[in-house]
Design a protein around this ligand. Structure first.
Ligand code: SAM
Length: 446
């Protein structure tokens, strides 16, 4: 148990001080633990990050020192201890306090241990309600569901109070593990049976035909089926991005313009293996991982390191279809990466929107007449989503909206909008914006 708490403390410190992704830090930390302890570690780290603002209010109430004066590493230890005391029923308070004090003493000495002890002993079950009662009513929702004030204001511009509360609440719950079945290697039914044999419970996705929601298996990525290419991890919203391209002509030339580690490149090729896919990203490291996934899944694509904003048709050629899954503020994946709540900087959105504009315009110049372009972002802001598409429509006479109408989009796609916005609290997926455009012959425009 104490090794688990020590690892939880280390993980929180790394996530905060090195700006690391929680899932990557946890995947490494879990390796040295038995299954039950690994689950507890995951629960403590994610739970602490998800509820950090409310936890901090509880600590501030109990601490003799202002929070800003508490050493950041010690604050991490206090946070994960308060999370266990107030959110986890199975661990008694005295055990949590004793272990935190022991850890603090071992690493920071007696005086620090005394401070940790004094704060944690004051925490009682009504602490959160007391903290909520003393804030102004219009700040209560953000405190209850641990939203930073600036993120709360941004959501208030996008959503009604009830919807904002539902989203904030969703972000305080664990995100589902969703897999994409590699239909070239096994059917959904076969993969379900394999996962059930491993102790998982499996249900079909809501929208994407190859999606499976899995519970009871937290780490299927070292398993033989994974290594032999039976499945990949991919949320349904991300699966819908490549599906939105629709069925393309066999051997169509397709650009995955910001391919990253190749999640969508692979999804596209699994569904339509004859396509000639060029996967571009400016990160060599990510494209190396993309090549690994392609090998594991038995697929082939050309991987090319380049700045998409500088691609020109005379060098890379034209494409029949383009998927631009652009870099963004990633607000849609907060449920999966709760640390992103605490890294949210509203001022970065304008710079990202400018980058998205340049990438979109560049991709447009690479698209053949009659070709289709899917633009997606795992963000929920209008400036990164609808407004990007609207600007392209305003500026390019040969651009029209071309909403996909085959299943599952016939049920999902809104009319009269630039694209589809998927909301975690409404659709049960990551948050995404997806639009589809077609390039028409300019002579026939208007
Ligand atoms: C949202 S991620 C893509 C995720 C990927 N499509 C997937 O499904 O795994 C955005 C990607 O854009 C890449 N990127 C950012 N700016 C770029 C640029 N100017 N040219 C090419 N790639 C860029 C980043 O390296 C990152 O991998």
């Amino acid at each position: 148990m104490s090794q688990t708490r020590q690892l939880a403390w280390q993980a929180l410190r790394r996530i905060r001080s090195e700006a690391s992704y929680s899932n990557l830090v946890l995947a490494k930390a879990r390796q040295s633990l038995e299954r039950r302890d690994a689950q507890l570690l995951t629960q403590i780290v994610y739970g602490t990050l998800r509820n950090q603002r409310l936890i901090d209010a509880v600590i501030a109430e109990a601490s003799s020192r202002p929070l800003a004066k508490v050493n950041a590493d010690l604050l991490d230890l206090l946070r994960l201890s308060v999370y266990q005391i107030l959110w986890l029923e199975r661990v008694p308070k005295f055990a949590v306090v004793a272990e935190a004090v022991e850890l603090a003493k071992k690493q920071r000495g007696q005086a620090v241990a005394g401070f940790i002890n004094a704060v944690l002993r004051k925490i009682d079950p009504s602490a959160t309600e007391r903290c909520l009662a003393v804030v102004p009513p219009d700040e209560r929702l953000a405190l209850r569901y641990s939203l930073p004030a600036e993120l709360d204001s941004l959501l208030a511009e996008l959503l009604s109070d009830a919807q904002r509360e539902a989203l904030a609440k969703n972000w305080c719950q664990p995100a589902p593990l969703v897999l994409r079945c590699n239909l070239r290697r096994n059917t959904v039914a076969e993969l379900s049976a394999t996962l059930c044999e491993q102790g998982g419970s499996v249900s079909p996705g809501r929208y994407a035909p190859a999606a499976l929601r899995v519970e009871g298996i937290s780490e299927p990525f070292g398993s033989r089926p994974y290594l032999s290419g039976a499945f990949s991890a991919q949320d349904e919203a991300a699966q819908l991005c490549s599906l939105a391209l629709g069925t393309l002509a066999p051997e169509a030339r397709v650009l995955d313009a910001c391919a990253g580690v190749g999640g969508k490149t692979c999804a596209l090729l699994e569904a339509q293996p004859q396509l000639e896919v060029v996967a571009v990203d400016r990160s060599e490291r990510k494209l190396e991982l993309c090549r690994e996934h392609l090998r594991r899944l038995g697929l082939a694509a050309e991987c090319k390191v380049a700045d998409v904003a500088r691609l020109v048709p005379s060098e890379i050629g034209n494409f029949d279809a383009i998927l631009l899954d652009a870099p963004c503020s990633a607000l849609g994946v907060i449920g999966r990466h709760p640390e992103l709540k605490w890294r949210f900087q509203p001022t970065q959105i304008a710079a990202l929107a400018e980058l998205q504009r340049r990438l979109l315009e560049s991709c447009w110049s690479l698209l053949r007449n009659g070709g289709v372009l899917v633009y997606s972002v795992c963000s929920l802001t209008r400036v990164e989503g609808e407004q990007q598409v609207q600007r392209l429509l305003d500026q390019q006479r040969d651009a029209i909206l071309d909403p996909p109408n085959e299943h599952p989009f016939d049920q999902l796609w809104p009319t009269g909008r630039c694209g589809l916005t998927l909301w975690p609290h409404l659709h049960g997926t990551d948050g995404f914006f997806i639009a589809r455009l077609r390039k028409i012959d300019e002579h026939f425009a208007d």
